[in-house]
Design a protein around this ligand. Structure first.
Ligand code: GLN
Length: 199
């Protein structure tokens, strides 16, 4: 980030694997802070929503009064990246949510929670994603969702061999059903920081 201040990224730190995202982004030279309160949003150049449990993250974010301001900021153009539960939080629609589960509704997708059932609920696989580079992305799935439907503005970055969509981008919103932050895979965080720099 020669000559320029490092972008300031907030990682939603109410629940889930926010520490791993903080480490990944810090490694890439960002100025990273945990995000817990709406007042902290104004100072940020971008926001990451980690993996964890989306129903818990949803409840906490509404209880803490950050859900609505966060959704408004992303709608207003704040770059956002969500992994797994974070993808669910970003999505406009969910199937198999718990009763009363809300989302931020900033990504024109329908995602199915826990899409891989109990048999195969955690697995790792390599997925070709030409937009992220020549080497396939090593993807770690942990009770992951999939994108069942998406609007025409949503760009598919990655899908499993059977066609299930697992990584998408819509303008300033990037989302993956898997966890680059636990796999030493930094290309999603790099792409996100590029989005932040060009926002
Ligand atoms: N199954 C979780 C949920 O519904 C997501 C799991 C994860 O983030 N690794 O939120």
């Amino acid at each position: 980030m020669a000559g320029k201040a490092a972008p300031r990224i907030g990682v939603l730190a109410l629940q889930g694997d926010f520490r791993e995202h903080i480490a990944s982004l810090t490694e890439l030279g960002a100025d990273v802070v945990p995000l817990r309160r709406a007042e902290e949003l104004g100072a940020l150049d971008g926001v990451v929503i980690p993996g964890g449990e989306s129903s818990v993250m949803d409840k906490l974010s509404r209880t803490f009064g950050i859900a609505e301001p966060l959704a408004d900021a992303i709608r207003g153009g704040l770059p956002a990246y969500g992994t797994c539960a974070g993808m669910i939080m970003l999505s406009a629609r969910i199937t198999d949510g718990i009763a009363g589960q809300h989302t931020l509704g900033v990504l024109d997708t329908t995602v199915r929670r826990n899409a891989f059932g109990n048999q195969n609920d955690s697995f790792e696989t390599d997925i070709p994603m030409p937009e992220l580079g020549e080497d396939p992305v090593h993807a770690v799935f942990i009770r992951a969702p999939v994108v069942e439907e998406h609007g025409t503005d949503v760009r598919v970055l990655g899908a499993l061999a059977d066609g299930q969509v697992v990584a998408v981008q819509q303008g300033n919103v990037l989302a993956s059903a898997f966890h680059p932050e636990v796999a030493g895979e930094d290309r999603f965080h790099r792409r996100f920081l590029d989005m932040v720099r060009s926002a």
